[in-house]
Design a protein around this ligand. Structure first.
Ligand SMILES: Nc1ncnc2c1ncn2[C@@H]1O[C@H](COP(=O)(O)OP(=O)(O)OP(=O)(O)O)[C@@H](O)[C@H]1O
Length: 225
């Protein structure tokens, strides 16, 4: 059963009189439990596509279904609830809240879902251990390196057991060993807990971890022989 379905998705951006065709008819299905890498050169539309898959942005034309529901038919509130409960995000620019501690940043999705305090504490500890940041729980993001901040963002994306995690270049700011560890953890969570992952990358090394690679070029999916 497909978790996400895109049919003939186009996305145009208007810059003054110029129209940028960021996506030019993307049809893609992602099944529950898949581990998918989205590869392609800078500017080919990876971030645009991930934002549409994650219901952060809407297409100019075409259809997007999440778990069989046409996203176009949802109100803004319903769409926000779906994102909050079922999707975790990892961005290139970590998007951490600077006045909160590392543990509090990771806890946010659980607070939004009103999970009990004990469960929140346990999950946050588990996730910080998973990304190797247990001893930084009470630090603030500006006391961490870029790589450590991204690992906090990864812990936050996974903490509420989402069905889908969308990661825009999750390893771009990590050294190769740490990046490998993060991908192995993502793959483990994918296998053991059935979380579906789609992540973008430039890095061909990353392809070793993906069970499926989708190649994007000039806003279109293309097959690589
Ligand atoms: N908000 C926007 N307004 C105008 N043009 C945009 C906007 N966002 C993206 N674009 C354009 O759409 C195209 C696709 O951009 P996108 O960020 O999706 O590519 P990408 O493959 O993620 O690139 P990178 O790997 O460098 O992050 C590019 O030509 C970009 O300049």
């Amino acid at each position: 059963m497909a978790l996400v379905e895109l049919y003939e998705v186009h996305k145009d951006y208007h810059l003054g009189r110029t129209v940028v065709h960021a996506l030019r008819g993307v049809t893609l299905e992602i099944a529950q439990g898949e581990f998918v890498a989205l590869m392609g050169p800078s500017g080919c539309g990876k971030t645009t596509l991930l934002n549409i898959v994650g219901c952060i942005d809407r297409p100019t034309s075409g259809r997007v279904l999440f778990d069989g529901t046409d996203v176009a038919g949802l109100s803004d509130d319903e769409e926000a609830r779906m994102r909050r409960e079922h999707i975790g995000f990892i961005f290139q620019s970590f998007n951490l809240i600077p006045v909160l501690t590392v543990a509090e940043n990771v806890e946010i999705p659980l607070v939004l879902e009103r999970r009990p305090r004990d469960e929140r504490k346990r999950r946050v500890e588990e996730l910080l251990a998973l990304v190797g940041l247990s001893e930084y729980a009470s630090h603030r993001p500006d006391e961490l390196s870029g790589g450590q901040r991204q690992r906090v963002a990864i812990a936050r994306a996974l903490v509420h057991n989402p069905r889908l995690v969308i990661a825009d270049e999750p390893t771009a700011n990590l050294d190769s060993e740490t990046g490998k560890g993060i991908l192995e953890e993502m793959r483990r969570l994918n296998r053991e807990e059935g979380v579906t992952f789609i992540f973008s990358t430039h890095d061909h090394e990353v392809m070793r971890f993906a069970e499926r690679v989708v190649h994007l070029k000039d806003g279109r999916i293309h097959d690589v022989p």
